[in-house]
Design a protein around this ligand. Structure first.
Ligand code: B12
Length: 211
């Protein structure tokens, strides 16, 4: 059941309260996936407060930091929940050029790592040429592209076109995600999969790779 206190504290960037509540929940044996849902809902609400002019950039930055600190507490526990099986291949992860949002991408990378993939995280604001270079060098089985803005999602389309031009489209699966991304967008740009969240992303990647 969603915990309004944790969602609210996250949406207000109250890092002390967030960390205390997360620690409390984990010590009480609450499912870490449930805690993660509340943290994610809190970030979503913070975004709405930002969009409505109720929160400003510094609060969003602090909120992001609180989220990341809470994730450090959650990660070891999530491992038990997701289950481990190494050696499923390399996955290159990146947030596209012009976009510095990397929390969601990091979360997806964590879930894929826990699920047994070797993650090559190229970071944020990554030009498509750099991702192509990584494909040629590291031969990953898949690429995960994150875009958090309507202005940067076009880079996902350009990336798939660049893969085609380089005759690399058949070499690697492409999964896309991020707040403005939908299954319809993934279909339009001919991505192999769309992940609505980290767990969905992990499931879809397993499915397209036959794992
Ligand atoms: C935190 C945040 C920031 C932080 C980012 C910190 C960081 N290190 O990431 C800071 C303060 C730096 C920031 C800056 C800006 N931001 Co901002 N930000 C947000 C906010 C509030 C939350 C994003 C977040 O972390 N959510 C939590 C994570 C867990 O969720 P997520 O990112 O959606 O990821 C999940 C899924 O989408 C999915 N997913 C994500 N990526 C991928 C990839 C794959 C492969 C898969 C399968 C799945 C997947 O799985 C994730 C896990 O569940 C959003 C609001 C929102 N609704 O998204 C605005 C938001 C994205 N920002 C916005 C804007 C406008 C900006 C700025 C331009 C503001 C400014 N005026 O400077 C700058 C952008 C600078 C740039 N060039 O990128 C707008 C974008 C609007 C648009 N046009 O689309 C939003 C939507 C806010 C709003 N409502 O207006 N921001």
């Amino acid at each position: 059941m969603p915990d309004e206190k944790l969602i609210d504290a996250t949406s207000r960037a109250q890092d002390d309260v967030v960390l205390e509540l997360v620690e409390q929940k984990l010590s009480q044996g609450v499912d870490p996936a449930e805690v993660l849902d509340d943290l994610t809902a809190g970030m979503k609400r913070l975004g709405e407060r930002f969009a409505n002019g109720e929160a400003y950039i510094p609060e969003v930055v602090f909120g992001a930091e609180a989220f990341n600190q809470a994730m450090e507490l959650l990660k070891p526990k999530l491992g038990d929940a997701v289950g481990q099986k190494k050696g499923k291949g390399k996955i290159v992860m990146a947030t596209v050029k012009g976009d510095i949002h990397d929390i969601g991408k990091g979360l997806v990378a964590t879930f894929l790592d826990l699920a047994g993939y070797d993650i090559i995280d190229l970071g944020h604001d990554v030009p498509n040429e750099k991702i192509i270079e990584a494909i040629e060098k590291d031969k990953p089985v898949a690429v995960g592209l994150s875009s958090l803005m309507t202005t940067t999602m076009l880079s996902q389309k350009a990336f798939i076109e660049a893969l085609q031009e380089k005759s690399l489209r058949g070499e690697v699966k492409v999964i896309v995600g991020g707040a403005p991304i939908t299954q319809a967008w993934a279909d339009e740009i001919e991505a192999d999969a769309f992940g609505a969240d980290a767990l969905d992303g992990r499931r879809k990647i397993d499915a397209v790779l036959g794992n």
